[in-house]
Design a binder for this molecule. Sequence first.
Ligand code: ZN
Length: 79
Amino acid sequence: MAKRPTPKKQQANSQSSRRYKDFQNKARKRLLNTARLNTCPKCKEAKLQHTACPTCGEYKGRQVLNMDKKVDKITKVKA
Ligand SMILES: [Zn+2]
């Protein structure tokens, strides 16, 4: 087993809680930055940045998704 140094002084509770809060805040910021939400200029619905709007199918002022096509719900899986 690897030898580890023994702690020289007892750590105050505030010190460890401050370290944990810093870690928490960094993790929260990282999660917030992963999914950026914008509002669609056409239907004003929330959508992911750099993606077509799932409700109206528009991206950068042009229609990219065919919203007329109806997709049936999958109820049975073929073997
Ligand atoms: Zn839209």
